[in-house]
Write a protein that binds this ligand. Structure first.
Ligand SMILES: O=C(O)CCC(=O)C(=O)O
Ligand SMILES: [Fe+2]
Length: 230
């Protein structure tokens, strides 16, 4: 795709998200061989051509120590007390400016660059959020993230409670041209992907589960949109 302006890129992401959601529900993902599956994987293949991370990467970085996770969880609970928004079945809370600077110092951009081979930079706190799933049934329908959030996204799992519960634990879902993949990550693990170029979502939380994630969008170095931050 050629360069499109930011508002139009948002409109395209929104339109594709609506199309996905009109065809498929996250709690009833289609089986191979159905028209819905074909639609989903064809759409994923089309948009995925522009992906910076064709296959998501799960890993664990040295900087994700128990102390770091605790510090981030504390910032998350303070932020939840100040204000939070419940949108599309999940709770979002802001990352504080101080914590965002702390995150940048940890070397997250270096990890993302090493793993993807793409040179990236952190932007500002508006390109990050805590995501909390705490009530049974909370999840996230398939969607595309807005491209302006980041060229490459990282989710860091801060807390995962209730994995030993019976039933199917909530999972991150990512679709590509070949099919639907499910990811289950534990506290301290990261997940690197391109949320603007891959349909993704989360299957509903089971009772007894609680998941807290930190999400950050990173920009390709040299990207015109963020030249002032380089
Ligand atoms: O919960 C997840 O695993 C994905 C979250 C997500 O895609 C988002 O917040 O945009
Ligand atoms: Fe997303």
């Amino acid at each position: 795709m050629g360069e499109v302006s930011e508002p139009v890129a948002d409109l395209i992401a929104t339109a594709w998200t609506r199309a996905l959601r009109s065809m498929v529900r996250i709690d009833d993902l289609p089986e191979k061989g159905t028209p819905q599956f074909e639609f989903l994987t064809a759409a994923a293949a089309m948009i995925g051509r522009a992906s910076h991370v064709p296959t998501p990467i799960v890993g664990r970085a040295d900087w994700a120590t128990p102390e770091v996770l605790t510090r981030l969880l504390e910032d998350c609970s303070e932020s939840l007390e100040r204000s939070s928004t419940t949108k599309n079945g999940k709770v979002n809370a802001e990352v504080s400016g101080e914590t965002y600077a702390f995150l940048a110092d940890l070397g997250i951009a270096d990890t993302v660059a090493e793993q993807t081979g793409i040179s990236v930079t952190m932007a500002d706190p508006s390109h990050s959020t805590y995501i909390v799933y705490e009530s049974p049934g909370q999840g996230l329908e398939l969607h595309f993230d807005f491209p302006r959030y980041g060229d490459v996204n990282i989710l860091l799992c801060l807390e995962r409670i209730g994995l030993d519960q019976t039933g199917t634990p909530s999972r991150t879902i990512v679709v590509d041209g070949d099919g639907i993949s499910e990811y289950l990550f534990a506290a301290g693990e990261y997940f690197i992907f391109d949320g603007a170029a891959s349909p993704h979502g989360r299957t509903p939380l089971q009772s007894g589960e609680r998941i807290t994630l930190l999400s950050a969008g990173l920009m390709k170095t040299g990207d015109k949109r963020h030249a002032q931050q380089l």
